[in-house]
Design a protein around this ligand. Sequence first.
Ligand SMILES: O=C(O)CCC(=O)C(=O)O
Length: 385
Amino acid sequence: MEQHPRQPDPTLGGAIQVFAGMQSSQPQQTAARSASAAAGAGRAAVADPIPPGLVDDEWRRWIAENLMVGATPDGLLNAMVGAGISRAEAVREIELALRSPYLRGTELLLNRLRKREWQLTTYRKLNRLHPAASEIPRRHKLSRREFLEEHYSTNRPVIITGMMDDWPAMTKWNLDFFAETLGDREVEVQYGRTAGANYEIEREKYTARLTFGEFVEKVRTAGVTNDFYMTANNNTISKQNLAELWDDIVQVPEYLNNRDPMAGFFWMGPPGTITPFHHDLTNNFMAQVIGSKRVKVVPSWDIPLMQNYLHVFSRVDGRVTPARPHAELDEAQILECDLGPGEILFLPIGCMHFVEGLEISVTVSFTNFIYDNDFTTFYTTYHGV
Ligand SMILES: O=C(O)CCC(=O)C(=O)O
């Protein structure tokens, strides 16, 4: 069925309500009553005046799922009729769902979820009282203690300046240097990304191997494009073959441990690279070496407002969704900053972010903080949410 909806539809309305649609239409009401009366009397479906129709178990799952996420019965009815199901059949199925003891069995879970939502909304409200709530502050040479107290432990982003001044990379790295010293090394990059909207989720479909010299030349000459990008996901091969680059970076001792001198991920791309909205499962530093990037960051307590439908991913399109630093309580707050060379952006765990390359760009990202950064051992929702 062409319009068969498989996802909860956020447009379908508020909390579960009385099925007003049924009251507005006498014939359907009669049909639904007959159906439920038949079911109640244990009679076979053959006694039902509505012939078997288009509603299968997938539709029934959809009805239950949408009722549980707060869609109104009338919203569901309209969607089903719009998808070609007869009004009488849609009414019957929604009515059956509303009366189903299986569905009622999920009410405790629904209440538990509402309680969590209340907690998050409370945190959202309180955090928006913070004097710096509507911006990502820039802090020069933030101390370890300030970083912990004001940002790491409070889950707040910050841009740290002045902490990359001793990186040899800041003066040595440029496209000519890369091509001359490491041009013959094989690297892996994300490639052909403009062919598919889901290039991040299906990232293994979009990889290519080439020499670093070829890649550097592409970056130099391509202009604005999202088609290719060397990202953290290409790290295994590319980092191994570009190991010398790690001699030029410093594991900033104020915040990072140096247990592994090769810790970190290398990102390089032309202007126009887009990393869609997602959140990480760790706290993360983005240390910008070459060029600039525009980053949109959403506080972690706003995840429920970010159409987070699968694992860490969002349906919100950062390309067309403007910054919203002064959002209403029921909409996600979207902070925005431009990150330039020598600046480190702290991206707190759970904060959705969208990143756009404004220029030819090289970034090194880190997760090896001196503080506990393990949030995955109790993460279980790798699937649809
Ligand atoms: O720089 C980028 O394009 C994306 C960075 C990012 O999303 C990350 O480090 O988690």
